[in-house]
Design a protein around this ligand. Structure first.
Ligand code: FMN
Length: 192
């Protein structure tokens, strides 16, 4: 089996809590973003963009998440707010993938959204190929417009996911995958 197939057969997501620095170098980050953007894209619309969270800016992002959490859950325990504050700071690099899908004369929005998903997956695979691990998470705040606005998203944009990237301190065992016979049919070409 070649290296690419081996990577795809064995890659696992590693949760941010098990990611540490050092993260990708500036050159690696640039390559990640370039590779992330090399996805099928019907109509060549580039219906996605990136927001990079690194260094101290991650702490500010965490403050935004924590403040939004506290205002959604008045009186919540301080330890839970503190846990929310950490969400954007565990991995040394977090790449937000923003979907810019919008009505178009020819290309359905659904296809534009699928392209954003492909961006997220490319980032995970490229990070792994560079020797890092990562995970693709949305969390509740991908759906909180006040957080998204403070992260710089326009009203019309949506968060496809945050790709947390770093060095794995632990790699989880594989998880069960759906048996192929539960997800595959072969079109018979005859009326059923
Ligand atoms: C769009 C999307 C959003 C996700 N958001 C979360 C999340 O917020 N929290 C979470 O625990 N897992 C989330 N996951 C699941 C993980 O990314 C991942 O699928 C899971 O940990 C196992 O992944 P693996 O099969 O790549 O190892 C999300 C997956 C996708 C595709």
């Amino acid at each position: 089996m070649n290296d690419t197939l081996h990577l795809l057969e064995t890659r696992r997501s590693v949760a941010p809590v098990a990611l540490t620095g050092p993260g990708p170098s500036p050159a690696e980050l640039e390559a990640l973003l370039r590779i992330g953007a090399r996805v099928p894209d019907h109509g060549k619309l580039a219906p996605w963009r990136f927001i990079v969270f690194q260094g101290a800016a991650r702490e500010r992002a965490g403050d935004i998440v924590a403040a939004a959490f506290a205002s959604r859950e008045p009186g919540v325990d301080a330890t839970r707010v503190a846990a929310e504050r950490k969400r954007m700071t565990m991995a040394p690099l977090v790449i937000g993938v923003v979907s810019r899908a919008a009505p178009h004369v020819k290309i359905p929005e659904w296809e534009q959204e699928l392209s954003a998903g492909a961006v997220c997956m490319n980032l995970l695979i490229a990070a792994k190929a560079m020797g890092y691990a990562g995970s693709w998470l949305t969390s509740w705040f991908s759906y909180d417009r006040s957080v998204l606005e403070q992260f710089g998203l326009a009203e019309s944009e949506r968060m496809a996911g945050f790709i947390h990237i770093g060095q794995a301190t632990a790699t989880p065992d594989d998880r069960p995958r759906p048996p192929l016979d539960s997800i595959v049919t072969h079109f018979a070409g005859e009326p059923s």
